[in-house]
Design a protein around this ligand. Structure first.
Ligand code: SF4
Length: 219
């Protein structure tokens, strides 16, 4: 599989924020979000070919039990199941970070971290990044969290409309995070997002990687 990068850092977002984790970034994503912070990994060939064995050997040099498979969009990778099976075999806690655009059954996955892309991601005309059927399958079959990027106050209404369409959603697992590429932008938008969390009851999602390292990579 084509791997963009493997590195060791702290999980920056979601309910596992702050947990030291090994990140495996797979190359390739069919979406093109305006504010994507991993554009270098969007092309399916943007990396080096690794075997599953090579990935396992690489991650063993770090002490963490927590592994995050990210992208790009890992759920479009046909070899994902082979990788998660091997990770589970060596006792890893596995998070898969996805935009929620594709469902794969029976993956070894401890946390499906789903970040559906709203209108603020500004895809090209006619391209929708939302697939309600896939979101229903993911939330019904995996332990999950739902993280939404907030750029404007109005985004909350779009989130509520979407959540109304997903069956049996656990609203305690919904998180809102500020759209930001830099520490200044994060701090600037955090108060607005915090207020939306107070209004809605959704959880404020920190973006620790931006707060600590201000957009620098792999620290
Ligand atoms: S889904 Fe994620 S990786 Fe793909 S373009 Fe959007 S932000 Fe970037």
């Amino acid at each position: 599989m084509i791997v963009s990068e493997i590195f060791y850092s702290l999980q920056g977002e979601g309910f596992l924020t702050g947990v030291p984790s090994v990140f495996i970034r797979l190359a390739g994503c069919p979406l093109r979000c305006k504010w994507c912070d991993t554009k270098y990994a969007l092309d399916a060939k943007a990396g080096r070919d690794f075997s599953v064995e090579e990935i396992i050997k690489t991650i063993k040099k770090w002490p963490s039990r927590f592994v995050v498979i990210t992208g790009g969009e890992p759920m479009v990778n046909l070899e994902l199941g082979g990788l998660t099976a091997q990770l589970k075999k060596i006792g890893k806690h596995i998070t898969i970070e996805t935009a929620g655009i594709k469902f794969i059954a029976n993956l070894d996955c401890d946390l499906m971290s789903i970040s559906p892309k709203l209108g603020n991601a500004k895809m090209a005309d006619g391209v929708s990044a939302l697939n309600v059927a896939v979101l229903n399958e993911l939330t019904a079959n995996y332990k999950y969290q739902l993280k939404f990027v907030i750029d404007f106050e109005d985004d909350l209404a779009e989130i509520k409309q979407l959540l109304d369409k997903i069956k049996n959603i656990d609203l305690d697992l919904v998180m809102l995070m500020p759209q930001a590429a830099t520490r200044d932008e994060l701090l600037e938008k955090s108060e607005m997002v915090a207020e939306l969390c107070r209004q809605s009851g959704f959880v404020f999602c920190q973006r620790l990687q931006i707060l600590l390292w201000d957009g620098r990579r792999n620290i």
